[in-house]
Ligand binder design. Structure first.
Ligand code: GLY
Ligand code: MN
Ligand code: MN
Length: 438
């Protein structure tokens, strides 16, 4: 399915009206010394252009008579391209990316001003590139200083991200097609992982099989560092060392997702390495699963964004009180955030071009925005009882049999007109399958 970047730009330009928006590409990030990480385009830049090179600038100037979409790109340079890869270059960028005008990035200072000097406002996100931020500020100050004489120019800078996050919050069909593909690959990888897991394997062996599959199936690789966490490592939310040997009594928590065509899957499953939950592992697994199902039921158009988290929090807190792991009144425990001793993260986030995708969550009066059809959200409650857990004042001691158990169950949901679709339903999560034969 072809992505219509031009329609996205048109939609954004309708909101810009008399303003100009400037977008900076992602920088190359250094891994160590002069070795760089693989390039990954900044998501807003990619969303609007599909252009996948560093050191580029995109300008949207709807009020400009001829050039409403302008790109500044790295010029062709055979010597440099021999080292770092072919560049699209100025000539090709115009046709391939439907730009009205394209310049080499070296001409930015000279050429950018003509697209900004008549704009009523400037949209720009102040990012990590301080040098570029300064460039934009200086341009703006220069135009302000001469505003009285010229009578035009941007009187304010606004953050373009605020507009983009509203657009990106609702996925278009072509985005969903890519997301579904990322999820299909990830589903396969999780099913392979569950089938191969057994005592004696190392966490990294499972990680390797999954990431091998991500690439073999045409994915870009992991959407985020894969978490393959056995035993007490499951209590570390972002455990990524993945170097421990699996033991017979362990649970294995796997939080891994594939990126495909820039869209990210994000799935977590937790199961017993040797195919049988201990009593405590099973009790807590059932509680997390119940919390997840309760939360999933709240993911519907019109339901406020906080309701699914509230549902998960309530189920988990009430369950922990019943088990004697927390004590007190459930409402008061939640009010005082005491559930956070065991469930310390949110229940989910939007998913898309970013794993933690953008999207406005609240209205200006602080009320939560409702879900809309086209939103994609993760639902991922968990319970983590650290081996080093120390009860807060007034809370009970927790016996050793509970310690070192970490459980998270994470699915990716699409909000539909009538409710939701669990996009990740291809990875089972019932107790029966989690135990299975191994
Ligand atoms: N894997 C990142 C997250 O679940 O949010
Ligand atoms: Mn995850
Ligand atoms: Mn997640």
């Amino acid at each position: 399915m072809q992505i219509d970047y031009s329609r996205r730009r048109t939609d954004l330009m309708a909101q810009l009206a008399g303003a100009t928006a400037v977008f900076r590409s992602a920088p190359m990030a250094v891994m160590h010394n002069d070795v760089e990480y693989p390039f990954r385009q900044e998501s807003d830049f990619y969303y609007l252009t599909g252009f996948n090179e560093p050191d580029a600038v995109a300008v949207l100037a709807p009020h400009h008579e001829e050039h409403k979409f302008v790109l500044f790109v790295q010029p062709k340079d055979l010597a440099k391209e021999t080292w770092t890869g072919y560049r699209i270059g100025v000539d090709q960028a115009k046709a391939l990316y439907a730009a009205d005008e394209v310049y080499p990035i070296s001409e930015l200072d000279e050429k950018l001003v003509q697209y900004v000097e008549k704009a009523e406002r400037l949209y720009y996100h102040f990012g990590l590139d301080q040098e570029f931020n300064q460039k934009i500020l200086r341009l703006w100050q220069r135009l302000l200083a001469t505003y009285a004489k010229r009578g035009t120019g941007p009187v304010a800078i606004e953050d373009a991200r605020l507009l983009l996050q509203t657009m990106r919050r609702v996925k278009q069909p072509e985005e969903l097609a890519l997301l579904r593909q990322a999820i299909a690959i990830t589903v396969k990888a999780h099913n392979v992982a569950r089938e191969m897991a057994r005592p004696g394997l190392y966490e990294y062996e499972i990680q390797a099989e999954m990431e091998h599959l991500f690439r073999r199936e045409g994915g870009m690789g992991p959407a985020y560092p894969s978490i393959v966490a056995s035993g007490e490592n499951s209590c570390i939310l972002h455990y990524i060392e993945n170097k421990r040997q699996l033991q017979t009594d362990d649970l294995l928590l796997i939080d891994a997702g594939c990126a495909y065509g820039y869209y990210n899957a994000d799935i977590t499953r937790t199961f017993p390495v040797a195919g049988k939950f201990s009593t405590e592992q099973r009790i807590l697994y059932e509680l997390v699963l119940e919390a997840q199902l309760q939360a999933i039921a709240q993911v519907q158009p019109g339901k406020a964004f906080n309701e699914f988290h509230d549902a998960a929090t309530r189920t988990i807190t009430a369950g922990l009180v019943k088990l004697g792991l927390l004590q007190g009144n459930v409402d008061e425990l939640i009010e005082n955030k005491q559930h956070k001793a065991f469930f310390m993260h949110g229940t989910g986030h939007f998913l898309g071009l970013d794993v933690h995708d953008v999207g406005t969550l609240r209205n200006s009066d602080k009320t939560w925005k409702p879900f809309e059809p086209g939103n994609v959200v993760t639902v991922e409650p968990g319970i983590y009882i650290s081996p080093y857990y120390q009860p807060a004042e007034g809370q009970p001691e927790v016996g050793d049999r509970w310690r070192g158990i970490g459980i998270r169950i994470e699915d990716d949901l699409l909000v539909t007109e009538t409710g939701h679709e669990v996009l990740t339903a291809g990875v089972p999560k019932t107790i029966e399958v989690m135990e299975g034969d191994r």
